[in-house]
Design a protein around this ligand. Structure first.
Ligand code: HSE
Length: 321
């Protein structure tokens, strides 16, 4: 069988991690998929960086149309970030008959219905596991293994950068700005970390979780959202004195038939499982009327954990091509 050809839009932290995993695990991925999966084109202006990763010049393009027009490309990974032009690129790829995989929660949360509908209309795969919880396969579980449930609540720690900052402030007494820089250097933070520290990134992720769990789309900007930029060492010490840790919590729950939702820092008792979720780790709790409570835990940010979810989605699409 001919190989499955993949194009990556954006060879940054996450796009680069995806490329590395496809190379690192090529043999076992081919064995599991029954077909070779190879990256044939990359959209990125940083040619030197791409060459340093082992790409050849003919693989690197600066015009996305060269990817959409390439009949040989089966799957497009959109890892540029931002809402536009990323959304247009994904729609364009779908209309050109290509499956789409993305970690871009801002674009998916802003245009959830249109992206889903366009994928369906064009009969192509559209998967976005990496949008919520990095490497944690919670979305696939919600859409597949748990799909026999009526969900009543979803809550969790959904941002690696802020959890890393809060952990280092709590455990080591480190300064907010210093830890933020460290999180950026480790590739956890968004290009503009305001989205992380002000809770906007978590609101995007909660919007996607609500669409999947409750079949209700809520615009991220309509989710009451508070970030952690105002949290001081004094707040952290006050929480500690009460036997608590401050965590940035996303929560959506059905109460008296109404869906209530928010993103905000909360004091979590040390005995609660979420208090033990440290550094860039994320956790997602889902309550269903059949399964009861399920918790997912893993690395919510970083090149390889996020790339792991993307590669899983590529393989899932490749299997049904
Ligand atoms: N900036 C995000 C985070 C990346 O820190 O969680 C993963 O979505």
């Amino acid at each position: 069988m001919r190989p499955v050809n993949v194009a990556i839009l954006g060879l940054g932290t996450v796009g680069g991690g995806t490329y590395d995993i496809l190379k690192m695990n090529a043999e076992l991925i081919e064995k599991r998929t029954g077909r070779q999966i190879r990256v044939t084109k990359v959209l990125d202006k940083a040619v030197d960086k791409c060459l340093a990763k082992g790409l050849t010049e003919d693989m690197i393009v600066d015009d996305p149309e060269k990817i959409f027009a390439d009949q040989e490309i089966d799957i497009v990974v959109e890892a540029l970030g931002g809402i536009q032009p990323s959304t247009d690129f994904m729609l364009r790829a779908m209309k050109a008959g290509k499956g789409v995989v993305t970690p871009n929660k801002a674009a998916v949360a802003a245009n959830f219905d249109e992206l889903k509908k366009t994928a369906e209309e064009n009969g192509v795969g559209f998967r976005f596991e990496a949008c919520v919880g990095g490497g944690i396969p919670a979305l696939t579980a919600i859409m597949e293994a748990l799909s026999g449930n009526e969900f009543t609540e979803v809550m969790g720690i959904l941002n690696g950068t802020t959890n890393y900052i809060l952990t280092k402030m709590t455990d080591l007494g480190l300064d907010y700005d210093e830890v933020l820089k460290d999180a950026q250097a480790k590739g956890f933070a968004e290009a503009d970390p305001t989205a992380d520290v002000e809770g906007i990134d978590v609101a995007n992720k909660l919007s996607i979780l609500m669409a999947l769990c409750f079949d209700k789309y809520v615009k991220p900007s309509d989710i009451p959202t508070k970030g952690i930029s105002h949290i001081t060492m004094a707040d952290i010490e006050a929480a500690k004195a009460k036997g608590c840790k401050i965590k940035l919590i996303a929560k959506a729950a059905v109460k008296d038939g109404k869906l209530e939702y928010s993103v905000a820092p909360m004091e979590i008792e040390n005995s609660h499982p979420l208090a033990g979720v440290s550094n860039e780790f994320n956790a997602i709790y889902v309550t269903g009327n059949a399964v009861d409570e399920v918790m997912f835990y893993g690395k919510g940010a970083g090149a390889l954990p996020t790339g792991s979810a993307i590669v899983g989605d590529i393989i899932a699409i490749a299997k049904i091509l």
